[in-house]
Design a protein around this ligand. Structure first.
Ligand SMILES: C[S@@+](CC[C@H](N)C(=O)[O-])C[C@H]1O[C@@H](n2cnc3c(N)ncnc32)[C@H](O)[C@@H]1O
Length: 190
């Protein structure tokens, strides 16, 4: 099932508001794209343990500093690797209540280093296997940069291949949406 809704919040805020009810003090969560660590810190505040991935050392540095300032570093494994390796990095008996993707490039850094649709789809397939029974996957996708539109189409195509009786997806638009505005996708088992 696909549903659509609109929000007045920024899509990052909307992602956090949507995910938070799925998290508890026992939760494991995954930040598939740590970037500057805003999402990692959010997950750390609402989870028992977080695994966070990025391919750029500067993302790990920025996230480490952010987590230290909030005394949250001990809850987080900072993993300097692509999210397409997610399944190898997480213990087989661990399941995540929230898996968050915030795609695109690292703000204030090299905008040519972007998430690649092939890796994103591989990581989403891993995420489905790692998701707990009542968990949620959130994907913030930015069609406005080179490669971003095609990555968003690949995500839609990936969803269409899933068994629609098993998974429900919501597509969340900003009320202030313009052409090429980001879109938020959330996915749960139905
Ligand atoms: C929009 S930023 C993420 C923002 C971040 N979540 C935050 O709160 O600041 C996207 C990040 O994805 C990272 N990235 C690109 N390819 C990746 C991959 N294969 N695996 C993990 N991260 C990747 C980039 O290096 C960049 O830091």
């Amino acid at each position: 099932m696909i549903s659509t809704r609109f929000t007045l919040h920024s899509l990052v805020t909307e992602a956090h508001k949507t995910i938070q009810p799925y998290l508890s003090e026992q939760s494991i969560s995954i930040d598939a794209t740590m970037g500057n660590g805003h999402d990692t810190l959010f997950l750390a505040k609402h989870s028992h343990k977080v695994y966070a991935f990025d391919i750029q050392a500067k993302a790990l540095d920025a996230t480490r500093i952010r987590l230290q300032k909030s005394n949250a570093l001990d809850k987080v494994s900072l993993i300097h690797a692509g999210h397409e390796t997610m399944q190898q990095c997480i213990k087989p008996d661990e399941k995540a209540d929230a898996i968050l993707f915030n795609l695109g490039y690292l703000p204030h850094a090299d905008s040519a280093i972007i998430t690649q649709e092939k890796n994103t789809i591989t990581a989403l397939n891993h995420a489905l296997k790692l998701l707990s029974e009542k968990g949620i996957i959130s994907i913030l996708s930015y069609p406005g940069h080179t490669g971003g539109e095609s990555e968003m189409q690949a995500i839609m195509h990936w969803y269409e291949q899933l068994d629609s009786s098993q998974f429900a997806i919501s597509i969340i638009h900003s009320m202030h949406e313009k052409i090429n505005s980001p879109r938020l996708f959330t996915l749960q088992r139905s």
